[in-house]
Design a binder for this molecule. Sequence first.
Ligand SMILES: Cc1ncc(COP(=O)(O)O)c(C=O)c1O
Length: 409
Amino acid sequence: MSSKPNDRALPEGLHPDTLAVRAALPRSQYGEHSEALYLTSGFVQPDAETAARRFAGTEDGYTYARTSNPTVTSFERRLAAMEGTEAAIGASTGMGAILMMIMGLLKAGDHVICSRSMFGSTLNLFGKEFAKFGVETSFVSQTDAAEWEAALRPTTKLLFAETPTNPLTDVCDIRALADLAHGAGALLAVDNCFCSPALQRPTELGADLIIHSGTKYLDGHGRVMAGAICGPSKLIVDVFGPVVRTAGMALAPFNAWVVLKGLETLGIRMQAQSANALAIARWLEAQPTVKRVYYPGLASHPQHELAMRQQSGNGGAVLSFDVHGDDPETARANAFHVINSTRVVSIATNLGDTKTIITHPGTTSHGRLTEAQRQAAGIGQGLIRLAVGLEHVADVQADLQRGLSTLGT
Ligand SMILES: Cc1ncc(COP(=O)(O)O)c(C=O)c1O
């Protein structure tokens, strides 16, 4: 029972919203409407000669899922189309994507420049793990491009930025960093987890590579772990392909299928979650027990104008706020009180879910950093992060209000 494959090629120039639901591998001979899940680790070869050519890379064709799988290819094609890059390659997690990037691009003696406000595991990966293999990293200000420039060395091969940052939502100027990197013969990679291609397309601003944790907004429902690198074919196919094939941080087909379907609603989720976040951020600014709100969509955010330019006029769906507390212990107790008083939002460490998540970064996502690293990243004990989902704004506000209104000012 099979029909002819539906192989009508998509026309050029489709909008990202259309690509989000249409770009993928062509349908199989069965003409399935929803993308097929090829839950297979191996692929049967028609004959030994074809197998030999496919393993040698002289003929296209699937061989083994550590190298590739059609469902993973569908995800990669759709994500690349949405980011506006030539290609993409899946990874088991977002951290796996960063590991793949560094294994592919760098060797002992090479130098990287990173913002010191990046995600905690990224800081540790560069500061501890890559350092063991002789890759040196300078950690600089997220927002002061002069610090990035001053850190450049003849051995600098990569500038790596994340914008907005987790959890303080500091925004860096992608175009300025791309110019710096290219002037020094280096590449710029941008972790686009927080905005996703629905709000920010870093390659349009000069970035060479984009890192994704598909675990976040790309899936959008907190179901699976996934990661990806987007960029030019010459790096994705020739440099990162061999790394994933030999090192094995491959994206599982099932996870690829889940994230592929997540991409279809990414645009409307990001718009709706950003609108909710803006409403909650504005409301938090008016609460007497809240010391400061960090959200790029607020006029009070130090890089508000840059963020609006870079992020399609949206602040994104993650905000953080400081509660009062004269010393770190009091601030932490107050933050814990607000978190523990919630009954709707989830106490968890992920972000990018339809369910709002509340987190104490100082003891969770950034808990393994040294106190000095935490202070350098500006993460105090009174800081609470809210990754805003799709609940009604009034219910989330009431949930926060329960704890905020019972703190002394
Ligand atoms: C900005 C950012 N980049 C990368 C990662 C790592 O992604 P994963 O958890 O999929 O490895 C995270 C995870 O929280 C993150 O917030």
